[in-house]
Each structure stands twice: as structure tokens, then as C-alpha cells.
Design a protein around this ligand. Structure first.
Ligand SMILES: Cc1cc2nc3c(=O)[nH]c(=O)nc-3n(C[C@H](O)[C@H](O)[C@H](O)COP(=O)(O)O)c2cc1C
Length: 155
């Protein structure tokens, strides 16, 4: 078990992987894969990287509805990395609301998180984050998810 790669799932709160949230989840999954994890876009795994657009100050209906179909027997004790995108100034509303929702599912979001504000300008033409500071935060988030999932697996 210790030698098998960590399994990480990505989940976007917008429909379509060409959405900015789909792009953000793709970037985070690629980083996790570079660090040895086995990645999937939707399955029940060791860890989850999820990103929701902020809609009217909270997560999208797609994100909430997805979790309305999930119970603690599916994600209880699993590790989550949380991201959100906003059309306007970055804030933590959606991230905080997702944390509260995950508490009811007995899941464990890591403390690092990423809110990408002014999302229309946030990505370059290659689909990478334009700002190096944001890229560093994404790398730190993914590293924390993998480290925490490894610790949980070895407990
Ligand atoms: C119904 C709706 C509500 C929105 N509410 C907010 C908001 O409260 N704050 C904000 O900064 N952006 C808001 N936006 C902009 C979205 O956050 C932005 O379009 C989204 O993060 C882009 O992600 P996507 O490319 O995955 O759709 C809203 C967009 C829509 C369609």
C-alpha cells in the first residue's frame, strides 16, 4: 500500500473543462501527477482538488448539488484542497462555505487554499496562471494535499 501512488480526484463547480475552474483543476491535477499521484477527474479517491466559481457570494449550484449527492461514507476522512474563481476581487466566501459543507461530510480540507480573483485576466494563452505568486500558492496547496493524504494513508 505504501508504494502505490496516492489517488487524487479533481472536481469543478462549472460545467465543462474549458471553464476557468476546469482549467484550474487541470493545473492542480497536473501538479499532483508531476509529484507522483494518480489523478482522476471524478471517482472516490484518497484526496480531492475542487474548484468552484463564486456565484452571488457563494459556491455554484453545480458544486453544491454535486455534494448533495455525496455522504460521509464516500468522503468522510478524505483530504480536500479548495479553490475558487471570481469575476471581481478575490475573497474567501466560497472557500469558507465549502469548508462548512465539508465539515458536515466529515471531510478534511487542508488549511492552504486558493482564490483567483479577476479570473478573466488570471490565465495566459497556454492555460497557466499568469501570476507567479498564484502559481506558488497552487503548488503549495497541492503539496499540502499530497502530504496530508500520505500521512492519513500511513496512520
Ligand atoms: C450567476 C453568477 C453570479 C456571479 N457572482 C459573482 C460574485 O458574487 N462575485 C464575483 O466576483 N464574481 C461573480 N460571478 C463571476 C464568476 O465568478 C466567474 O464568471 C467565474 O468565476 C468564472 O469561472 P468559469 O470560467 O469556470 O465559469 C458570477 C457569475 C455568474 C454567472
Amino acid at each position: 500500500m505504501a508504494d502505490t501512488p496516492l489517488k487524487v480526484m479533481g472536481l469543478s463547480g462549472s460545467i465543462g473543462r474549458q471553464s476557468k475552474n476546469g482549467m484550474l483543476v487541470d493545473l492542480a491535477l497536473r501538479k499532483a501527477q508531476e509529484n507522483g499521484a494518480e489523478v482522476h477527474f471524478w471517482d472516490l479517491e484518497d484526496a480531492f482538488l475542487v474548484s468552484s466559481p463564486e456565484y452571488h457570494g457563494t459556491m455554484s449550484g453545480v458544486m453544491k448539488n454535486t455534494f448533495d449527492w455525496v455522504y460521509d461514507q464516500h468522503v468522510g476522512g478524505k483530504v480536500f484542497g479548495l479553490m475558487s474563481t471570481l469575476g471581481g476581487i478575490s475573497n474567501s466566501n466560497t472557500l469558507n462555505h465549502m469548508r462548512i459543507m465539508l465539515r458536515w461530510l466529515h471531510a478534511n480540507p487542508v488549511s492552504q487554499q486558493l482564490a483567483v480573483g479577476h479570473v478573466k485576466e488570471a490565465f495566459d494563452d497556454d492555460g497557466n496562471l499568469a501570476d507567479d505568486g498564484m502559481t506558488a500558492r497552487l503548488d503549495s496547496l497541492v503539496a499540502s494535499v499530497l502530504k496530508t493524504a500520505t500521512m492519513y494513508r500511513n496512520m
